[in-house]
Ligand binder design. Structure first.
Ligand code: NAP
Length: 256
């Protein structure tokens, strides 16, 4: 039996990296999907791949900072597929980088809006739809940065990712009695376009330096993170709520 048979899911940040890998895995595990990101061309490519593999998905392109998008995603899940069981609020960016005194207020606000306010907007519309169905699973992509590790130059990012854990814990207690579980996944370094060593102009040696920070001495593939998201989305984690789940290759505890 597929882990997400008969489930309906929203995945944000589905055009790339962790979100894309998770959308493909969710579809393979039987979920019907509403996927979103800003780049329609990448969503089209994802939809073609899902359909080719026998899955079912629809895309709604937009910016996660936009409240109208948050509502439209849920409306689409309900109108097209009949409800909502799972939401993976994953879209995010590194945002304004640099020592805190050098971060502009505009950059700070944009980072918080993209990574944290977007998740609040998502939950605001997703949770009532899940309650309507008698429960569901909502998952946020946080990070070890801002939870177990202070990374220089990432003040706005760290604050946004720590904020997600607080939001998730409150949702877990507000809606647990109505069957809605809320959890966060905290990936370690993951091989996506966002990863420092994959940024244009990255200093030579960045990849091996970051790999060395992890106990496993490597970074994750997006598919490895997706498998842990699937666990939180599916009934395999039916007694897990309010958890900040480190899937970080030991970067949080490594001292070697
Ligand atoms: P990625 O490949 O760059 O994917 C980021 C995704 O977010 C893309 O699909 C992007 O789509 C979407 N996105 C960004 N800003 C958006 C906006 N304003 N509106 C709508 N969509 C937006 O990076 P990733 O590593 O998979 O990142 C996914 C999540 O994992 C992020 O929240 C990130 O903070 C977190 N994370 C990553 C790592 C890592 O090492 N890679 C570690 C810990 C946590 P469009 O550009 O098409 O809009």
């Amino acid at each position: 039996m597929n882990a997400l048979a008969d489930k309906i899911a929203i995945v944000t940040g589905a055009s790339s990296g962790i979100g894309r890998a998770t959308a493909l895995l969710f579809a393979r595990e039987g979920a019907r999907l509403v996927v979103t990101a800003r780049r329609q061309s990448e969503l089209d490519r994802l939809l073609a791949e899902i359909e080719q593999a026998g899955g079912e998905a629809v895309s709604v392109a937009g910016d996660v900072k936009d409240e109208a998008l948050a509502k439209k995603l849920v409306d689409t899940a309900v109108d097209r597929f009949g409800g909502l069981d799972v939401a993976f609020n994953n879209a995010g960016s590194n945002g304004a980088m640099g020592p805190v005194p050098e971060v502009s207020l505009a950059g700070w606000r944009d980072t918080l809006d993209t990574n944290l306010t977007s998740a609040f907007l998502g939950a605001k519309y997703q949770v009532p739809a899940m309650v309507e169905r008698g429960g569901g699973s909502i998952i946020f992509t946080s990070s070890f940065v801002g939870h177990t590790v202070g990374f220089p130059g990432m003040g706005a990012y760290a604050a946004s990712k720590a904020g997600l854990v607080g939001l998730m814990q409150v949702l877990a207690v507000e809606f647990g009695a109505r069957g809605v579980r809320a959890n966060a996944i905290l990936p370690g370094g993951t091989d996506t376009p966002m990863f420092a060593a994959n940024q244009p102009g990255a200093a030579p040696g960045t990849r091996s330096f970051v790999e060395g920070l992890h106990a496993l001495k490597r970074i994750a593939s997006p598919e490895e993170i997706a498998r842990s998201v699937l666990h939180l989305a599916s009934d395999a984690s039916s007694f897990t709520t309010g958890a900040a789940l480190l899937v970080d290759g030991g970067v949080s505890i490594n001292r070697t």
